[in-house]
Design a protein around this ligand. Structure first.
Ligand code: ZN
Ligand code: ZN
Ligand code: FE
Length: 754
């Protein structure tokens, strides 16, 4: 018989509220160890007594077969010699000496809970707040760490004796499930009419009745409210009218994957993404091109599956698909409180399906698509946040992101914590929410930054925040060039070190020379970069006004190419814009690829005035004939010493061509691909670099993504794209963090040198 010894074992990672301790308990029982386990701010700590060999095997098992939601990062152990324990017990959490616990995101309802929810003999039959150790709300109900009921909005609901028994029973699947509750002790749902008065009866059935009658119902979800309605054309038109939401695509919730397949093509990978624990909105290709235009005017529909028990109940029986759009008014953050919903949605919602569990943190639905078998995030939010991204950081840092698709990112040794999607900081409520979330993350992750990073743009509100805070706290601040941050984000996303090339195409970013960049080829690494290529700037008459009115970019393209902008003569303000362009007054020059897309979309008659950001580019992609292989002519010219794509030959060909819109849209993008290949091949020859990261909002365009990486590979280059954070400005804070870390030792100047 081998002699007994004891180990002190330290497990780091996400192990709280994910069924880790019951898993440990079962394992300990199997091995026959004695000792204890407790939560710490880093994860969990155990002391176990047993034979040395079995303790080592136990540690291996922890690493390899822990529960699905646990994220084990490291297991450290040391032998502490023989000890005496009375048995095995779970002891109270260690006080948070230095909080580094990773926090679990919200998790969509699991199969076991779904079964109980629909089982008429279960005590939680049709109870909309059923959850267990493997599923339910987490991040959105947490006020502080360590994660236990008292620090969540479930603190308002003391457990009944039945729930307390489950909670305390290590063999129960609700063991230590902090939000565990039942109809006796937990939150309740209620239904309110349009005037905000509660209507007695079964809340879910009342809401279903309103929906089936063609009504628009506000439904409280995990991270905020939705407006829901049947996906019928007339009802959706009414929703758009009431929400003043023009042409922007609406997402739908389908009862299950089979129902999603009736609208869209769903690959195995896409089905897995839909059904996974995060339950994001997945962009799926419509079954029929040009169908369901009342939901989205492009070739894709955002689809999600029911992720709360309330959704499951709402979609039972004869409702198999609902439009579900975030409930907010214009650019304000998603509505999350009952009072706010009743005040702001009066006259918009015909009814309110609410409940009395408070949403602590606003968190929109995540949005992603599948690309090359991997997730391609477009909006990283509910279900993913606040999971960290593993990156080689050594310090505690804060990056403040951009402005329009605001985010922030905390860095701690080994991890970056990107925030949820937050919207446009120019909206005062969004800015207030963004600032409050910075404080919330700082508290959750015990992150007191040693230095700050922000964008170089002098007018971004995130820049103003960073400047003010750096001054107040005496912290070093680095202003990172926008496209360098995109590049660094994509490098970090792919775990790249050293130097590489970046093809960074987006709408707008502030260049170190004070001009607007956005069609860039960069060479460099986290530490710094050089501009290796760009795009001939487009004159934007009236500056930002030209972003809302793509026809202004169209007129500029024509004029700059020596053509008459006559096709736009009917537009309001035409004469003024023409004068501005001809005299160069009140014009901003932008090399942003997004503006080139705008101009061409306007020329093709696809979008003269934009209802939402990027509409021109989205419609151009949607219109393109995917079988077209021909391209348009282009050239290169010198722009501040770097070769810039001269698109004027292409503009002349489009203007003179009698081909249809779909053909020309495809040829325009084929031209961009040709030009990118030429620019990158040249930059590669000059620098010897062969890796190319693709970032910037333009790479949400799947026409480009389906062709460009393959072409680059044929040239012997190695393309990389995003997989963990978004290619648009929301993902850029991760890049700022990496640039800050790389330059930490030489901080002094506030702006990086390029
Ligand atoms: Zn569950
Ligand atoms: Zn209960
Ligand atoms: Fe950008």
């Amino acid at each position: 018989m081998s002699t007994l010894t004891a180990f002190s074992i330290e497990v780091r990672g996400i192990v709280q509220g994910v069924g880790f301790r019951p898993f440990v308990h079962r394992l300990v029982e199997r091995y026959g160890f004695t000792g204890w386990v407790r939560n710490t701010s880093d994860g969990a700590q155990l002391e176990l007594c047993g034979s040395r060999e079995s303790l080592l095997r136990f540690i291996e098992e922890i690493k390899t077969s822990s529960p699905p939601l646990a994220l084990i990062e490291r297991v450290d152990w040391r032998e502490i010699g023989p000890r005496q324990y009375g048995g095995f017990e779970i002891i109270p959490s260690a006080p948070g000496a230095h909080m580094r616990t990773l926090v679990s995101p919200d998790v969509g309802i699991c199969a076991d809970c779904r079964r109980e929810l629909l089982d008429s003999s279960d005590r939680r039959y049709r109870y909309p707040f059923i959850n267990c150790t493997n599923c339910g709300p987490r991040f959105t109900i947490m006020r502080s760490v360590p994660y236990d009921r008292a620090s969540t909005s479930m603190a308002a609901f003391p457990m009944c004796a039945d729930c307390a028994r489950e909670f305390g029973d290590i063999r129960d699947r609700r063991y230590h499930a902090q939000p565990d509750c039942c109809p006796k002790c937990g939150p309740r749902c209620f239904y309110l009419g349009p005037d905000g008065r509660e209507i007695p009866g079964d809340a879910v059935e009342l809401a279903r009745g309103a929906l089936k009658a063609g009504g628009i119902v506000c439904v409280k979800g995990l991270g905020g409210m939705h407006l829901a309605c049947l996906p019928e054309e007339g009802i959706v038109r009414e929703l758009r009218r009431r929400k003043r939401r023009d042409a922007r695509p609406f997402a739908v919730m389908c009862r299950d994957t089979a129902c999603a397949r009736r609208l869209c093509r769903v690959s195995d990978g896409e089905a897995a993404a839909l059904e996974g624990a995060a339950k994001p909105i997945v962009l799926l290709e419509k079954r029929e091109r040009g169908a369901l235009t009342h939901l989205s005017e492009n070739n894709y529909i955002g689809v999600m599956l029911p992720y709360t028990p309330l959704h499951v109940l709402l979609m039972g029986g004869d409702i198999d698909c609902l439009v579900m759009t975030s409930a907010n008014i214009s650019e304000t953050p998603i509505i999350s409180s009952n009072g706010e919903a009743l005040a702001a949605l009066r006259g918009i919602a015909d009814g309110f399906l609410l409940h009395n569990r408070e949403i602590v943190t606003k968190c929109d639905d995540s949005l992603l698509r599948l690309y090359a078998g991997r997730t391609y995030p477009l909006r990283r939010s509910r279900g993913f946040v606040p999971y960290p991204v593993a990156v080689p950081l050594r310090r505690t840092l804060l990056a403040c992101g951009a402005e329009q698709k605001a985010s922030f990112c905390f860095g701690k040794p080994g991890h970056a914590f990107p925030s949820q999607h937050m919207g446009d900081l120019k909206n005062a409520e969004t800015l207030a929410n963004w600032e409050a979330q910075i404080d919330h993350f700082a508290a959750l992750f015990d992150a007191e930054p040693e230095a700050l990073a922000c964008d170089m743009h002098p007018d971004y509100l995130s820049t103003a925040y960073a400047e003010e805070r750096a001054g107040r706290e005496g912290l070093p601040l680095l202003k990172v060039q926008h496209h360098h941050a995109h590049m660094a984000a994509c490098m970090a996303d792919n775990g790249l070190e050293g130097e590489c090339l970046g093809l960074i195409w987006d709408g707008t970013g502030y260049g170190p020379d004070g001009s607007i960049w956005g069609g860039e080829v960069l060479a460099g690494g986290y530490k710094g970069f050089e501009r290796a290529g760009s795009t001939r700037p487009v004159s934007l008459a009236g500056g930002d006004a030209a972003i809302d009115e793509p026809w202004r970019a169209g007129a500029a393209l024509l004029l700059d190419s020596g053509l008459e902008p006559a096709p736009f003569a009917g537009e309001a303000g035409y004469e003024t814009v023409l004068r501005m362009l001809e005299r160069g007054v009140n014009c901003v020059k932008s090399s942003g690829m997004g503006r080139l897309f705008d101009g061409v979309a306007a020329m093709l008659g696809l979008c003269r005035r934009a209802d939402y950001e990027g509409q021109g580019a989205i419609l151009l992609e949607a219109a393109a004939d995917t079988s077209e292989t021909r391209s348009l002519s282009f050239g290169f010219e010198d722009l501040h010493g770097v070769p810039a794509l001269d698109w004027r030959p292409a503009v002349r060909e489009i203007a003179a061509s009698g081909e249809d819109t779909g053909t020309l849209a495809a040829r325009f993008m084929n031209m961009l691909i040709d030009a990118a290949c030429a620019q990158l091949e040249r930059a590669s020859r000059e620098t010897g670099l062969r890796r190319v990261v693709l970032s910037g909002g333009v790479f949400q365009n799947m026409y480009l993504m389906e062709r460009l990486p393959r072409r680059l590979e044929r040239l012997g280059l190695r393309p990389y794209w995003h997989g963990r954070v978004s290619c648009n400005d929301e993902g850029l804070s991760l890049g700022q963090l990496m640039v800050l870390e790389a330059n930490y030792d030489v901080l002094g100047d506030t702006a990086e040198n390029s």
